[in-house]
Design a protein around this ligand. Structure first.
Ligand code: MSP
Length: 511
């Protein structure tokens, strides 16, 4: 099933509202989903919420509501953000849904029968924010969690364990023979190093001190550990191993995650799948963090002066999407800076792309009544530029596909912006507003504007995954295409201006 692809976000905890960190992963997944659509794939995107565990129970209790009330509210809020942001998810999975609960219980029973789950005693240090046990050696002085910088709790309890240790060699073999399974390379090396140097311990996968979780089959004193059930969402979302979606999509699945949850996805989840006798997904792609003041953006560390809603309100959805996807490779962390955001989108969306598009619309309306319909009469007058624009368009497409296939979206987007800069150079060099004064040369102006229109049609298609709102505006104003597609041939057509609103309003950097 080569032209099927399923791309997933992690499912987000419902103990707080979405922030820039969540937006980043979701937008990245949406960019790749839309890219694969351009490429003609059956592309599917799944996202959703992770609704069990102690953290959520404690938040609900402190708010004086039931955990179910809390998760209903927060899950709805995540979903409506994604809808508002133009994210085209195909499934929104919640771990409190029956389809997921029954899948997690079924998988649990399978592992019990296989002898991979056993009852034991857990004694360890737990970070509530990570919902994860740590070894003392992994913590900062005073048993402080290195990610949340909060003390871990000492927990001793009866627990079911998953025999992770049994799968160490198989995992290592798999990673060694599948170099693209974990990306980028820096993350693959991290996991390889971990598997080569550490003896894997069995992991605790149940809790018996609270009941906000999926009941363990045949033991009503335990609920499943939130991470055990959460990872299974990726298969519940497809309808389980017998479903047609699973058959088409499962081995073509890419999990996008933040580097904070790499070990769960690159060690625990593959081991669970091997134990379940199921194939592994295609790849796990981990990105870095957005920080504020060198600390990861989180529920408690956000831009204090501006909420996510306010940021969107000020810079627009496309503005935020552009900023988050244009500057960072997956390997790097970024510092979220409002002023830099405004500068980035002003120079790219308002100056570079926006001005060019609006200029084209204005000149086309003024000189040609809004209709560009170039017909070649013998030799073209500006062969050189025409050639350059055309050649660059084909190069751009090839580079774009290569970059996107290697998860270098920032590079793909950067190249599209450079192409816009070239089109800008073309128009300022040719100065059609001067040539038009000579009535003999009207056709030459028509050629310049048509070349730019065709170049911008390519741009609109290629930026659609990143900034769908702007691509749609361009389409509605001038191209009137039926959806977006990977442009095939650079051939000037007929372009008719039907709308002349400004493509992207320049922002004032005033916050
Ligand atoms: N519920 C788990 C995931 C289970 S997946 C089977 C979880 N949820 S979370 O809400 O805490 O965050 C999930 C993801 O949000 C992170 O992995 C990451 O993709 C994204 N981010 C959260 N904060 C982030 C930043 N500050 N920067 C970038 N991404 C971050 O973990």
């Amino acid at each position: 099933m080569d032209n099927y692809i399923n791309i997933t976000t992690p499912i987000y905890y419902t103990n707080g509202q979405p922030h820039i960190g969540h937006v980043y992963t979701t937008i990245l997944v949406d960019v790749y989903k839309k890219f694969y659509e351009l490429m003609g794939f059956h592309a599917r995107m799944a996202t959703g919420t992770d609704e069990h565990g102690l953290k959520i129970l404690k938040t609900a209790t402190s708010m004086g509501i039931t955990p179910q009330e809390l998760v209903d509210k927060v899950s709805g809020s995540f979903k409506s953000y994604w809808q508002q942001m133009g994210v085209s998810f195909d499934d929104y999975i919640r771990t409190t849904e029956t389809r997921h609960i029954s899948m997690a219980q079924r998988f649990w029973e399978y592992l019990v029968q296989k002898g991979d789950i056993y009852l034991g005693q857990y004694d360890g240090l737990y970070c509530l924010s990570c919902e994860q046990y740590y070894k003392e050696s992994e913590l900062l002085e005073g048993n402080i969690c290195p990610i949340h910088e909060r003390p871990c709790e000492h927990i001793t309890e009866e627990s079911y364990f998953f025999k992770l240790s049994k799968y160490q060699d198989q995992l290592l073999d798999y990673l060694q023979s599948h170099p693209d399974f974990i990306q980028p390379a820096i993350r693959r090396n991290e996991i390889l190093g971990f598997l080569e140097n550490e003896q894997l311990q069995d992991i605790s996968i149940s809790r018996n001190t609270f009941d906000w979780g999926i009941p363990v089959p045949n033991d009503n004193t335990h609920v499943m550990y939130v991470w055990f059930d959460a990872l299974i969402n990726y298969i519940s979302s497809l309808g389980g191993p017998e479903s047609a979606d699973y058959k088409n999509y499962w081995t073509n699945t890419i999990h996008f995650i933040g580097k904070d949850i790499l070990r769960f996805h690159a060690v625990y989840w593959p081991a669970m799948l091997i134990a379940l006798d199921l194939p592994l997904p295609k790849a796990i792609v981990a990105h870095g963090w957005w920080n504020i003041g060198d600390k990861k953006i989180s529920k408690s560390n956000q831009n204090a002066s501006m909420s996510l809603a306010e940021i969107i309100d000020r810079v627009s959805i496309d503005g935020l999407r552009f900023y988050l996807t244009s500057g960072l490779s997956l390997e790097r962390d970024g510092n979220f800076d409002y002023h830099q955001l405004v500068d980035t989108i002003n120079s790219n969306l308002s100056n570079n792309l926006g001005n060019l598009f609006n200029r084209l619309i204005v000149l086309s309306s003024k000189y040609f009544g809004g209709v560009l319909d170039y017909v070649q009469h013998g030799q073209e007058v500006d062969d050189e530029w025409t050639e350059a624009i055309l050649k660059k368009a084909y190069e751009l497409r090839q580079q774009y596909i290569e970059s996107m296939t290697r998860f270098r979206h920032f590079e793909a987007l950067g190249n599209v912006m450079q192409y816009c800069a070239l089109l800008n150079e073309y128009i300022t060099t040719k100065e059609p507003w001067k040539i038009i004064k000579d009535p003999q040369r009207k056709n030459e102006v028509l050629l310049v504007l048509s070349n730019i229109a065709e170049g911008l049609r390519w741009v609109a298609n290629l930026i659609h995954p990143f900034i769908p709102g702007i691509a749609n505006k361009m389409n509605n104003s001038l191209f009137h295409q039926d959806g977006f597609e990977m442009p095939e041939s650079f051939s000037r057509g007929r372009y008719e201006v039907t709308n002349n609103e400004v493509l992207f309003q320049r922002l004032v950097n005033d916050a």
